[in-house]
Design a protein around this ligand. Structure first.
Ligand code: BES
Ligand code: ZN
Ligand code: ZN
Length: 482
C-alpha cells in the first residue's frame, strides 16, 4: 500500500473512494456530503460506527476525538469497511493538528491493514493500492508541507517495523527457532545501512559463563543463540541498549505448562522481535544514537538433560540461582543477557519480555507493565509510550516484595515465595543482575499482555501486535528532539 501527500484540494484528487472521519455525534463538517442518506440509513455517528456508501463511493467513520489513537482507530474501521471492494485509490484529507494527524492516519492504514496469511493456502489480497492524502485540512488550517512529509515518513517506518515484528511473533516455533531468528537478524543487518549483527552460539555462551541462559536451553535440540545487533552512527548523542526475551517456544520445561496455557507460547519471542525491529526502525530513521539490541534466543523444553526444579545455576555475574520452577525461564535468560548488556556501558538500558502471566492479571491483556527505579525515567517513558498508541502503566517495586525472592541454599530463588505480585517480583529478580551504576538507567517492560491477543482489538489483529516497538521508537524520537 503506497501512501503519499498530494498538494491538491480533496475534490481535485481523482480516486475511487473517499474516507471521511466524523466526530462523534457531529454530522456537520465540510466533507460530510451525504447527511440525508446517512440519516436515512440510521447512522447515528456513535463511537466506532462506520458506514460505506457504495452509491457515492464514500466511507464515513466515527471517531471519539481528534486524538491520534482515535484517528488510528477511525482509519482502521474505515479500511475494514472497504477492504473487500475493488477500489484501488483512496483519498482522505487532513484533520486538526495536521502533522500529528498525518502520522496517525498513516499508522491507522498500515497497522490496521496488517494480516498474517503465511500459512493460508488461499490469500485474500485487498485491491487497495494507493492512499492519497490531500493537503487540504478539515478546518482549513495551514501547515508546513515538510513537517507533514516527515510525519508520514516516520509513520511508515514505525508501522512497517511494527508489522514485521508481528510477522516474526506469528511465525510458528518450527519456522522460527533460535537459529532461524539469528539468520533473520543477520539478513536484516545485510539489508539495512549501518546495522551490524553478531551471533554467539552455545560455545560462546559457555565462554561467557552464561550458566542461567545455558540451563534453560539445554533440553532442546534447537541450540541457543545470543544475537547482538548494533547501530553506531557518527557523533551519537547517547547509547541505548535493548534486551529482548527470545524464547522461540516456552513449554514450561519440567514444570510443564497445562495444554491450555502452552498454546500461544510461540509468542514468548515477542521481546526479541520487538528489539530487532526497534533497532531496524531507528536505523531507517537515522536516529543520532548508538543502539544495541541483545537477544537471548532459546527454547524451553523437556528432555533427559532438562534443567530441573532444585538445580542451582551460576549466572554470568557470579550469583547463584535456585531453580524452583523451570517455567520462570525468561528471567534466567535475561539475567545473563542484562549482565552482558551492561558491559556496553549504556545510557539507557531497557529490557522487553513476555515475562509473566501475573502482569496480564494485574493490568489486563492490552497494557504493558513498566518497572524500574528511576521515577522520572519511568514517567517520561510512559508519556511517550502512550502517545505512540501503546498502552502502558507503571508497577511499583517495594522492599517487602524483594524479600520474597530469598533462597535458603543459593543467593536468590527464581520464583517468589508468594503467589501475589508476580509481575513485580519478576522485575525485582532482574534487578539482582543490574549493577549499581545502571539502576537508574534501567527499565523493565513486561509486554506479556499486549504482545499476543487472540482477538481483534482496535486497529490490532488477532495474534501478535508488535508490542514494544512503537513505544521505544517514540521515546527515542523525542529524546532526539530534546
Ligand atoms: N512466558 C511466560 C509468561 C507469559 C504468560 C507470557 C502468559 C504471556 C502470556 C513465562 O515464562 C512464565 O511462564 N512465567 C510464569 C512465572 C511463574 C512460574 C512464576 C507465569 O507467569 O506463570
Ligand atoms: Zn515460562
Ligand atoms: Zn516464558
Amino acid at each position: 500500500m503506497k501512501i503519499a501527500l498530494i498538494e491538491e484540494k480533496i475534490n481535485a484528487i481523482k480516486a475511487d473512494c473517499e474516507i471521511i472521519l466524523v466526530l462523534k455525534k457531529e454530522l456537520n463538517h465540510k466533507w460530510i456530503k451525504d447527511k440525508k442518506t446517512l440519516e436515512k440509513t440510521g447512522f447515528k455517528a456513535q463511537s466506532e460506527e462506520s458506514i460505506f456508501l457504495a452509491e457515492t463511493n464514500r466511507v464515513y467513520s466515527v471517531i471519539d476525538s481528534l486524538q491520534s489513537d482515535d484517528i488510528r482507530n477511525g482509519i482502521a474501521n474505515a479500511y475494514k469497511a472497504i477492504k473487500k471492494t475493488k477500489y484501488k485509490d483512496i483519498k482522505i484529507g487532513l484533520y486538526l493538528d495536521s502533522d500529528k494527524s498525518a502520522r496517525a492516519l498513516v499508522e491507522g492504514f498500515l497497522l490496521g491493514s496488517y494480516k498474517f496469511d503465511k500459512y493460508k493456502s488461499k490469500k485474500e489480497n485487498s485491491s487497495i493500492e494507493n492512499i492519497l492524502i490531500s493537503s487540504e485540512s478539515y478546518n482549513d488550517e495551514n501547515f508546513d508541507k515538510k513537517t507533514v512529509d516527515t510525519s508520514i515518513e516516520i509513520a511508515k517506518i514505525i508501522s512497517e517495523s511494527t508489522n514485521s515484528a508481528k510477522d516474526i511473533v506469528n511465525t510458528t516455533p518450527y519456522d522460527m527457532t533460535p537459529k532461524k531468528l539469528a539468520t533473520y537478524a543477520q539478513n536484516l543487518a545485510k539489508e539495512i545501512d549501518g546495522l551490524e549483527c553478531f551471533v554467539g552460539d552455545e560455545k560462546f555462551l559457555q565462554k561467557e559463563r552464561m550458566g542461567a541462559f545455558l540451563a534453560v536451553s539445554r533440553a532442546s535440540s534447537e541450540k541457543p543463540r545470543l544475537i547482538h545487533l548494533s547501530y553506531k552512527p557518527k557523533n551519537a548523542k547517547k547509547k541505548f541498549v535493548f534486551v529482548g526475551k527470545g524464547l522461540t517456544y516456552d513449554s514450561g520445561g519440567l514444570s510443564l505448562k497445562p495444554s491450555d496455557f502452552m498454546v500461544t507460547m510461540k509468542s514468548d519471542k515477542s521481546g526479541a522481535s520487538a528489539v530487532i525491529h526497534i533497532i531496524k526502525a531507528a536505523a531507517l530513521l537515522k536516529l543520532p544514537f548508538e543502539i544495541h539490541s541483545i537477544i537471548g534466543a532459546a527454547e524451553n523444553m523437556i528432555g533427559g538433560d532438562a534443567y530441573k526444579p532444585d538445580d542451582v545455576l551460576k549466572a554470568r555475574n557470579g550469583k547463584s540461582i535456585e531453580v524452583r520452577n523451570t517455567d520462570a525461564e525468561g528471567r534466567l535468560v535475561l539475567a545473563d543477557c542484562l549482565d552482558f548488556a551492561q558491559d556496553l556501558k549504556p545510557d539507557y538500558l531497557f529490557d522487553l519480555a513476555t515475562l509473566t502471566g501475573a502482569c496480564v492479571v494485574a493490568l489486563g491483556e492490552y497494557t504493558s507493565g513498566v518497572m524500574g527505579h528511576n521515577t522520572h525515567l519511568k514517567h517520561s517513558f510512559v508519556n511517550w509510550a502512550l502517545k505512540s498508541g501503546e498502552l502502558v502503566s507503571t508497577l511499583p517495586f517495594n522492599k517487602y516484595l524483594k524479600k520474597l525472592l530469598k533462597s535458603s541454599i543459593a543467593d536468590i530463588s527464581n520464583i517468589s515465595s508468594s503467589k501475589y505480585g508476580g509481575a513485580i517480583t519478576a522485575g525485582l529478580f532482574l534487578d539482582n543482575f543490574i549493577k549499581d551504576e545502571y539502576k537508574d538507567k534501567w527499565l523493565h517492560l513486561d509486554i506479556a499482555g499486549p504482545a499476543f491477543v487472540e482477538k481483534d482489538w482496535g486497529y490490532n489483529q488477532c495474534g501478535a501486535s508488535g508490542a514494544g516497538v512503537r513505544m521505544c521508537v517514540n521515546f527515542m524520537i523525542n529524546e532526539d528532539r530534546k
